[in-house]
Design a protein around this ligand. Structure first.
Ligand code: ATP
Ligand code: MG
Length: 199
């Protein structure tokens, strides 16, 4: 046992040296571009988790919901009362519902204007562009427009983009990219999405 304790102490000391070194090396301070992508569950949940974190410190946060704006969303319900949160939603059902490319594009452009305003506002600490990847994929928003808005945003502002099949150039620009990997999803076994759990 003493041996094991001694080995543990040594390995923790080694770990501490390593972690302290890494912490000391991280000296840059600025807002981040983060992408949560992949086929597994958790992208939007993680974004709202970060929203809650930022609001917890009294920062202003903007959330733009592409695609799923009209759907119920528990986090939005709960956090809406926070005056520091602004949510903009794409005011239409989507693609497989509307089946009308022109009206989808118009809806996308309208909500994108809200996004652009948030991305230009130095008072907004965090901007979430939820399900934005599909706008690029469908060609409703061009990458150059997004790239410009991201590039000229305030230095302290963090942006989170969520959605599957993220544009390669967006991934290249991002500071943090997390891919949610699907190991299994209950839906594929016929289990319905649950209120308060899945949305
Ligand atoms: P969540 O909102 O739960 O964090 P997500 O943002 O990672 O999920 P989306 O592709 O936006 O995933 O899907 C949103 C809805 O679809 C949620 O109700 C979610 O539970 C469900 N979902 C997520 N991943 C899968 C999957 N691999 N198969 C089926 N349904 C999924
Ligand atoms: Mg999502």
């Amino acid at each position: 046992m003493t041996d094991r304790n001694a080995r543990h102490q040594q390995s923790m000391q080694k770990l501490k040296t390593h972690v302290d070194g890494r912490v000391a090396a991280a000296t840059e301070q600025r807002g981040l571009l983060m992408v949560f992508t992949g086929n597994g569950k958790g992208k939007t949940t993680a974004a709202w988790g970060t929203v809650t974190r930022a609001l917890g410190y009294g920062y202003r946060v903007g959330v733009v919901q592409f695609i799923k704006g009209l759907w119920e969303c528990g986090e939005r319900e709960r956090l809406a009362e926070d005056a520091n949160l602004e949510v903009a939603v794409m005011a239409t059902g989507f693609t497989w519902e509307t089946q009308n490319r022109d009206s989808d594009i118009a809806a996308c452009q309208n909500v994108w204007r809200e996004a652009e305003r948030m991305l230009a506002d130095p008072g907004v600490y965090l901007v979430v562009l939820d399900e934005l990847t599909y706008m690029l994929k469908f060609g409703y928003l061009d990458f150059a427009t997004l790239e410009q808005a991201l590039a000229k945003r305030p230095a302290e502002q963090t942006v989170i983009v969520t959605g599957r099949n993220a544009h390669r150039d967006l991934l290249a620009m991002a500071d943090t990219v997390t891919e949610m990997q699907e190991i299994r999803h209950a839906f594929n076994d016929g289990l319905q999405a649950r209120r308060g759990i899945d949305y």
